[in-house]
Design a protein around this ligand. Structure first.
Ligand SMILES: [Zn+2]
Length: 487
């Protein structure tokens, strides 16, 4: 997270993978004053140390190792609907939610976490990630461009990369997301070409297992049209959870879709496909919905860019097929805003799945980041609030709908249990230092507490100080030429 000094304003941010055990701040002050936090659980052998250490600045040597602390009471939290509540947890479930007065004390001890000044929300879930590709932009330095160019850049790099290299970046990206509140991630992982096509799979299985105490990670085998059935099956045998692919890239889209679905049927696992990720081609969405109608395993259609380009009548027919079949949809605003529309000089299309129409029809709908700083998207901070913000400004969802798309809606699409500050729900929670959900999504404050399975697994605190202008003399121009110039 680091440190920034900017125009007399200082912002210092520290993210911890384990809880603060002592902190103190004035109940009426807008400024967080002090906090003392033990270091994290991470073993020294983690591949995080080294190249990507800067991505997760909290991870130090294993000297001060401490486990995630169970949380039993949350005091004075503001809910998205504005109520201020105390919440009790019974291990990994929310036991009670009780409305209380707004004033209270500040402490964190014996499982009690004071959340006055914080909004308490269902923890985000990332329904569509590529942890094996994440954080490779600065390693690869690819040219900017569309999906085809991104695939070519990635493949050239992937031919040379190792399991350890993938594992280091993937773990850094997962912990970046955890620090921002995400306690569940579904990530695709390439079934690679070459002599060892499973090195990415082994890397992500290792990350999934190492981080299991802190977050839920599920893996989708991303099989290109040229990937053999045997390689996909080997990925499933190696521990991957779902079958994935991108049939719209195949010469025979229907044949590729059919063989991927057949593999999933043989293994009895779910399917999460990159579906019609193009403004102008791809016709697999309707077939996907119809071919899997009656299946009970999780089925997810990701991207669905083409669906957003159809005329409303055709779009609504396909949406009806998705609804009948029970297929969930993941839109990927940040990546598809970047990848799509490069050949439109004027009125560049947004290239987004039609989230408004999908939600209105009742299709389970989520929003994911897709790529984070790799050839498919050079931007991103691993924060689902970035995706939620784009769902508002580019997808025209309400703020409540946008946050649901990255939290409760994402969990529904992923087939995960309900979570949030609701009696009986899983204690997967994020508290953000803000006054309202609108402020959370708009400003994405860095100060957060993250609870997974009833345990505090990450906290971020920051200190900002701004100079007092009434005690600060104006700076005289250093050059006579600047005198009187308004800037
Ligand atoms: Zn993707």
């Amino acid at each position: 997270m680091g440190r920034r000094v900017d125009r007399g304003e200082r912002l210092t941010t520290t993210t911890r993978a384990v809880p603060a055990v002592e902190r103190r701040f004035g109940a009426t002050s807008a400024r967080l004053v002090t906090r003392t936090v033990p270091a994290c659980y991470t073993p020294d052998t983690s591949p995080i140390y080294g190249r990507f250490a800067g991505e997760v600045s909290n991870r130090r040597t294993g000297r001060d190792v401490a486990p995630a602390v169970p949380v039993t009471r949350l005091l004075g939290a503001t809910l998205a609907d504005g109520r201020v509540v105390d919440v009790t947890l019974d291990r990994d479930r929310v036991e009670t939610v009780t409305e209380v007065a707004r004033d209270g004390v500040v402490l964190l001890s014996d499982g009690v976490l004071d959340l006055h000044g914080y909004v308490l929300l269902p923890a985000p879930a990332e329904p569509h990630a590529h942890l094996d590709k994440a954080l490779s932009w600065e390693v690869i330095r690819p040219p900017m461009g569309d999906l085809g160019l991104a695939i070519a850049s990635w493949r050239a790099f992937a031919a040379t990369t190792t399991q350890a290299e993938i594992e280091g970046r993937a773990e850094a990206a997962a912990l970046l997301a955890l620090g921002h509140g995400t306690t569940a991630i579904r990530t695709h992982v390439d079934v690679l070409s070459g002599d060892d096509p499973l090195r990415g799979v082994r890397a992500l299985v290792a990350v999934r297992e190492r981080l299991r105490p802190l977050m839920d990670i599920e893996l989708v085998a991303l099989a290109g049209p040229e990937t053999s059935d045997a390689a996909v099956e080997a990925a499933l045998d190696a521990g991957v959870d779902l079958v994935g692919g991108a049939s719209h890239l195949a010469l025979d889209e229907d044949a590729d879709l059919d063989r991927l679905l057949s593999i999933a049927q043989r293994y009895g696992v779910g399917v999460d496909l990159h579906v019609d990720e193009s403004l102008v081609h791809g016709t697999t969405m309707r077939t996907f919905a119809e071919r899997t109608q009656g299946w009970t395993v999780n089925r997810t259609a990701s991207h669905c860019v083409r669906l957003g380009a159809y005329d409303p009548a055709e779009r609504d027919e396909i949406i009806a097929a998705l609804l009948r079949s029970g297929v969930g949809v993941v839109a990927n605003p940040i990546t598809n805003l970047y990848l799509q529309g490069w050949d439109h000089e004027q009125l560049t299309p947004r290239g987004l799945a039609p989230m408004r129409a999908l939600l209105d029809a009742g299709v389970p709908t989520a929003a994911g980041a897709d790529n984070v700083r790799d050839p498919f998207n050079p931007m991103g901070r691993g924060d689902t609030l970035e995706t939620a913000m784009l769902a508002v400004v580019a997808g025209h969802l309400t703020i409540d709908e946008a946050y649901a798309a990255v939290s409760t809606g994402a969990r529904r699409v992923m087939g995960r249990p309900d979570a949030g500050p609701v009696v009986g729900a899983r204690a997967e929670l994020m508290a953000v230092r803000a006054a309202s959900l609108a402020e959370v999504v708009a400003a994405a404050p860095v100060d957060r507490f993250v609870i997974h399975a009833g345990r505090l697994v990450a906290s971020t605190t920051s200190t900002r100080s701004i100079a007092d202008p009434s005690h600060t003399p104006a700076v005289s121009p250093s050059s006579p030429d600047l005198e009187g110039v308004m800037v």
